[in-house]
Design a protein around this ligand. Structure first.
Ligand code: 5RP
Length: 229
């Protein structure tokens, strides 16, 4: 079997995203292994003076640490409620449905805020993410866990408690909550699912994103495809 280099695809997508950044921008910074490359390239561009007066709002503790490491000035939504551009990764692009699924990295609640608050959004992915079948992550207030599980079961969502890999028990989000992964049938994943899930008391946010954006897809041919959602 030929070797497929997904890191290379992530890198070309992340590099392309840098072209959308302009001097003086307030940037929303997503999370994950593809955004990690973007943070590195952005830091490098600032260091070389190719970009200036950039300030970023990280969507996770992980991205915050990386931004510090690469010398990217950090702000928050209180200081800068107007985001010029958010750059983020994704887990599945269902472009026919106008839906993006995010959150396998567990940072989707803050990611949704920085995406929806932005004037423009760029999503960077490798080609594996196109029409990929993934569960829908759901962030749940611990107090309401049993009720949310029961409700999702009734909706046919087949929820599974996300386990932590670094400790025993559940994976706890940066916001101190529990994450469920709901295995809906692909037909059930529609733009309205986002609203239906958020109506359940105790659900803080879910990984169904419905928003206008440009998706930069790094391809195995070393080329880039741009989808407009
Ligand atoms: C984290 C996310 C990430 O954007 C998503 O998981 C993509 O990550 P990667 O680039 O590592 O595949 O939604 O909550």
């Amino acid at each position: 079997m030929t070797h497929v280099d997904y890191e290379k695809m992530k890198i070309i997508a992340a590099r392309k995203a840098l072209e959308y950044v302009k001097d003086g921008y307030v940037l929303g910074i997503g999370s994950g292994s593809t955004v990690k490359y973007f943070i590195e390239f952005l830091g490098d561009a600032l260091k070389k003076g190719l970009l200036k007066d950039i300030i970023g709002i990280p969507s996770s503790i992980d991205s915050r640490i990386l931004m510090s490491k690469y010398g990217i000035p950090i702000t928050d939504l209180y200081e800068n409620p107007e985001i010029d551009l958010t750059v983020d990764g994704a887990d599945s692009i269902l472009s026919d449905k106008g839906v993006i699924i995010k959150g396998l990295g567990g940072a989707f609640t803050r990611e949704k805020i920085i995406n929806y608050a932005a004037k423009k959004r760029i999503i960077i992915v490798d080609e594996r993410k196109l029409n990929r079948e993934v569960p829908v992550p759901i962030e749940v207030l611990p107090f309401s866990l049993g009720y949310v599980i029961k409700t999702l079961d009734k909706m046919g969502g087949k929820p599974i408690l996300r386990e932590s890999s670094g400790k025993v028990g559940p994976c706890i989000s940066d916001n101190g909550n529990i994450i469920l992964d709901a295995y809906f049938d692909i037909d059930q994943i529609t733009p309205t699912l986002e609203i239906e899930l958020n109506k359940i008391p105790g659900v803080l946010e879910n990984g169904v994103f419905v928003m206008r954006c440009e998706v930069i897809v790094g391809l195995s041919s070393n080329e880039i495809k741009i989808l407009r959602i």
